[in-house]
Design a protein around this ligand. Structure first.
Ligand SMILES: Cc1cc2nc3c(=O)[nH]c(=O)nc-3n(C[C@H](O)[C@H](O)[C@H](O)COP(=O)(O)OP(=O)(O)OC[C@H]3O[C@@H](n4cnc5c(N)ncnc54)[C@H](O)[C@@H]3O)c2cc1C
Length: 403
């Protein structure tokens, strides 16, 4: 037998971005939090005693957003490491001519960012949303979408029928909402994989994010609070397969060589996994009573760790414009004018970041001789020219609060 229910807003996808959006909305609009429904295919992640494999480098702007959600304060310090320096180099080891360094103290801030576990943040966001009264449905996914002038109707695979005035797609890169809602997207395959693991370094990581641009893709070593580093090594598909299939010891040796021994010998402590790297952008983020946020709208190369940071800015912007609008009498959150305001505010930042990451990947690792020559001078040059460096640093730490 079919069951039916109604809501004001349905969010498909309870990842970091979708859950941040509903928490921000519930904070702004507490009496109507029960009018928001989240549909998430998988159960909320458990707290693990082992640090989770997937981590994100979050900018100060993102930590402000998670504070506004009420969860940043609840992250245990031993599972949330700050990074105070960032050192990026190509050849000759860090500190040479081909190096750029950022320092939180130089910028007058406590940290350039924090390394957090995706699952842990999601779990805290989930619990917070539940406590606020948001309706959270797990183990279900939508199968059909119908739209009328006044709203959307979804049928779920567990038999429930849901209607609302706005459908938010926060369902990640393969977004069902984007595809079913008919919102086109362009994508560029890098033919690279991000090989991810945690490793124990021989030398202390010094709360520094280390990144080396190698000819076939960047290698990042991000400092974890427990003294290990989170590894993200972007490399061609066949090299990723070799690294994953070669065993822990061989991977450790390859990482040590690739990082020019900056942290001494690296010893992987978790089985490595590979994630295909893609750049993608939806041509529009809004349709009739449909809007996209996070990876559903855009995907960027992870070389500067910006994907979740951009998604959190989307979540904050959409919650802000909808929240302002809902204060008005008879407001309709699916009003296209409101959704377009969000899109206008976010598209330029997202697209500019996507293109910058793409250019950096090609210039520093792509083997294009002209770009590589320019980039080689560029790292040292940017490091020496203070205003340029300041601009890069502001960008690397999430920019200003303009969005
Ligand atoms: C190797 C690698 C390293 C990265 N490092 C960083 C970093 O350091 N910093 C950073 O900012 N970003 C980083 N990113 C990017 C970041 O991981 C993503 O941008 C971010 O996780 C996107 O969040 P999201 O909530 O939009 O999507 P997702 O995390 O993909 O969440 C989508 C959710 O929707 C659910 N879902 C999907 N389809 C359906 C459906 N049909 N019905 C119901 N539920 C559904 C899924 O189960 C999931 O929970 C990295 C990415 C990679 C690949």
């Amino acid at each position: 037998m079919k069951r039916a229910d109604t809501a004001e807003i349905i969010v498909v996808g309870g990842g970091m971005v979708g859950l941040s959006f509903v928490n921000l909305l519930a904070t702004r609009w507490p009496k109507r939090a029960t009018d928001v429904v989240v549909i998430e295919r998988t159960p909320p992640p458990d707290w693990q005693s082992e640090v989770g494999l997937r981590v994100s480098a979050l900018s100060p702007r993102s930590t402000n957003i998670l504070s506004a959600c009420g969860v940043w304060q609840g992250l245990p310090a031993e599972r949330c490491g700050p990074y105070r320096r960032m050192v990026v180099w190509r050849n000759g080891g860090p500190g040479g001519n081909d190096t750029i360094e950022f320092d939180a103290a130089e910028q007058g801030i406590a940290a350039l960012g924090h390394i957090v576990e995706n699952d842990l943040v999601c779990r805290l966001l989930w619990d917070r949303a539940e406590a606020a009264g948001v309706r959270l449905l797990t183990g279900a996914a939508p199968v059909t979408l119908e739209r009328s002038r006044d709203g959307v109707q979804l049928a779920l695979d567990d038999g429930l029928e849901l209607s609302a005035r706005l459908l938010v797609g926060a369902d990640g890169a393969a977004s069902w909402v984007r595809q079913t809602g008919g919102l086109a997207r362009r994508q560029w395959l890098y033919r690279q994989q991000g090989v991810v693991t945690h490793a124990q370094p021989e030398l202390p990581h010094q709360a520094t994010a280390w990144q080396r641009f190698l000819p076939r893709g960047p290698l990042a070593l991000l400092p974890l609070a427990d003294g290990r580093v989170s590894v993200v090594w972007s490399c061609p598909d066949e090299r990723a397969a070799e690294l994953i299939g070669g065993g822990q010891a061989a991977l450790g040796d390859a990482l040590t060589t690739a990082s020019e021994g900056v942290l001494g010998q690296l010893q992987p402590t978790l089985p490595a996994r590979a994630f295909p790297l893609v750049a993608a952008h939806a041509s529009t983020y809004t349709g009739d009573r449909v809007v996209l946020i996070g990876d559903a709208a855009h995907q960027v190369h992870p070389l500067a760790g910006q994907g979740a940071n951009l998604g959190l800015k989307d979540a904050a912007e959409l919650a802000q414009v909808i929240g302002e609008f809902l204060d008005r009498p008879a407001a309709d959150p699916g009003d296209r004018r409101v959704l377009r305001r969000y899109e206008r505010a976010r598209k330029t930042d997202n697209l500019a970041t996507l293109m910058t990451m793409d250019l950096m990947n090609r210039a520093f690792s792509g083997g294009h001789p002209a770009l590589a020559a320019l980039a080689g001078g560029g790292l040292g040059l940017v490091n020496r020219v203070t205003p340029l460096k300041r601009a890069f640093a502001a960008y690397a730490s999430g920019g200003t609060d303009r969005t």
